[in-house]
Design a protein around this ligand. Structure first.
Ligand code: SGN
Ligand code: CA
Length: 534
């Protein structure tokens, strides 16, 4: 009887959800923002009060993973609901065939207005959205260019995260209030080279960030990990990444215009030229470069006096990395607050689903690294926090079920009451939100396949399976090797137990599960490597 009542409640809940006024969906997708950097995920050194606001009134997923931990491929998996080998977008410089009918088109056809604002990074320009205004390639932190759906490139004066918020609010002001909307806010933060807003420079200078336990990892038994080029100590640069002795555009013809949108045409060409000649810093106006010169100039002097070498130098770099990374994230969190406030003020909050996620996780010194790409936890797992006003069962819940970014599109369609099309490979996790205690959700494990090699960070291609307790991975091309980790006993993934006899049965079971996943999702390349490696 009790089960019957629960079932009845769930059915009614789902029906009510689909038949009521359909919900708006706003999906805030940041770039390289690590879950470890969010207070709702347990970070005690800093606070992210606004991201936490979403978590308090929603659900936080501890095991939200991506299927390929790199920007373009992750976004392609989001839009298509497919793994990289199916949507064709395997590495960052791919081009997504946006003429195909993916998530935005399907939502549009069913009456949603769809929009993407900010970082897009899918090779071609967006297609299938009713509105878009996106930054070319990675975008810039200061005075970024945006290309809109009229193919106009406009330079917006200001700091990127603020500009994106302004564009978001303008879009929401001007949208058709009679139709539900699906809006993706693609944030540039916290991508390398971690440029904070002027008001946040030095925000964390008083904090001494603890060195991660694995900072001096020796990569024993992990060949691919030993070959990467993404270490804070050796690869991160003092000048470009950490802004030491960086001139900050002092020689360029800087602008100082308050207006936005700012300029078109010739001036854009000039600004692009400056970008290619001088990178991020060539775009700064005189106030911006002055603030940067003052802050980093002082640091540069202090650094020179310290005369650091060896581990002391590595640890100094780690501290600077953390300070810039967190300061960049501070604006991100503040601007998320702006968007939430807008939703509250305008009365939209009560029928708007809000998602906060990143395109993948990021290493904040774990294993000695920055960047992502590996199947290891810190880049595999991405923050994923969702608030659905209609669903009270999920409020303030921390969920451990594994969800993947190929599941995002099917879930969004489910919210909109639209059946998942056959080509989408993910599955809706709305049942988890409706019933957070649901058991065995991730029993078959989740699939991962990373391709980009060699540049820029020399992470060997690999595919694998992540279950609640284990991760099994096969590296190929750069390195040929199997790895297995017991996540309960070795959460930091330092001990590759692939040859450990005690795990023989587990290994064999996981290989079977991995093969099933490969076959189910039809990854021929992985199947060939898998078969040859036996
Ligand atoms: C740039 C970065 C890399 C980063 C890729 C991919 N170098 O090439 O460190 O891995 O982007 O990032 S940088 O010197 O240009 O910052 S992603 O977010 O697009 O996946
Ligand atoms: Ca990214």
């Amino acid at each position: 009887m009790k089960n019957f009542l629960i079932l009845l409640f769930l059915c009614l809940n789902t029906v009510a959800f689909a038949q009521n006024k359909r919900p708006n969906i706003i999906f805030i997708l940041s770039d390289d923002h690590a879950y470890q950097a969010i207070s709702a995920y347990g970070n005690k050194l800093i606070t992210t009060p606004n991201i936490d606001r979403i978590a308090k009134s929603g659900a936080l997923f501890n095991n939200a993973i991506v299927s390929n931990a790199i920007c373009g491929p992750s976004r392609a998996a989001f839009i298509t609901g497919q793994y990289s080998h199916k949507n064709g977008y395997k590495v960052n410089d791919g081009v997504l065939d946006t003429n195909q009918r993916f998530l935005p088109q399907i939502l549009s056809e069913s009456g949603y207005q769809t929009a993407w604002i900010g970082k897009w990074h899918l090779g071609s320009l967006p297609h299938g959205f009713d509105y878009w205004n996106v930054m070319p390639v990675q975008g810039h932190y200061f005075n970024p260019d945006f290309i809109n759906q009229m193919n106009d490139t406009l330079l917006y004066h200001g700091y990127v995260t603020e500009v994106i918020t302004e564009l978001t609010k303008n879009y929401l002001d001007k949208r058709d209030p009679n139709k539900p909307f699906f809006l993706v806010v693609g944030e540039k933060a916290t991508h390398r080279e971690w440029l904070p807003d002027l008001q946040d420079l030095g925000a964390y200078d008083s904090i001494k960030f603890p060195l991660p336990a694995t900072f001096y990892d020796d990569y024993k038994g992990r060949i691919a990990a030993s070959k990467q080029l993404m270490s804070v100590g050796e690869v991160m640069t003092l000048k470009t990444d950490l802004k030491i002795n960086q001139p900050f555009g002092e020689k360029v013809n800087v602008r100082n215009q308050p207006a936005k949108p700012a300029v078109k045409g010739k001036e854009i060409e000039e600004s692009m030229m400056r970008y290619y000649q001088q990178g991020e810093y060539g775009r700064m106006d005189s106030l911006q470069s002055k603030a940067y010169r003052t802050y980093y100039g002082k640091l540069s002097k202090e650094f020179e006096q310290l005369n650091l070498t060896g581990n002391k130098l590595k640890e100094w770099k780690f501290q600077r990395y953390m300070k810039d990374y967190y300061a960049t994230a501070k604006s991100l969190d503040r601007n998320i607050g702006e968007i939430l406030d807008y939703l509250d003020r305008s009365g939209l909050s009560e029928n708007t689903i809000v998602v906060y996620a990143s395109d993948q996780g990021f290493y904040l010194g774990e294993h000695g690294w920055f960047d992502k790409r590996f199947i290891y936890e810190e880049s595999l797992r991405t923050p994923f926090i969702i608030r659905v006003p209609q669903l009270s069962a999920m409020k303030d819940k921390k969920l451990n079920q594994i969800i993947s970014n190929v599941d995002w599109a099917p879930t969004i369609l489910d919210f909109a009451g639209i059946a998942k099309p056959g080509f989408m490979q993910g599955k809706s996790f709305l049942p988890v939100l409706e019933n957070p205690k649901i058991k065995n959700w991730s029993k078959e494990g989740a699939y991962y396949h990373y391709y980009e090699y060699p540049g820029p960070h020399y992470v060997s291609p690999h595919f694998g399976i992540r279950t609640d307790d284990y991760v099994l991975v096969r590296f190929y091309k750069g390195t040929e090797a199997w790895e297995l980790y017991d996540l309960k006993k070795d959460p930091k993934e330092l001990k590759n137990i692939i040859e450990d006899k005690n795990y023989a049965a587990i290994k064999s079971d996981l290989k079977k599960k991995l093969k099933t996943l490969i076959i189910t999702c039809d990854d021929q390349e992985a199947l060939n490597v898998f078969n040859q490696s036996l």
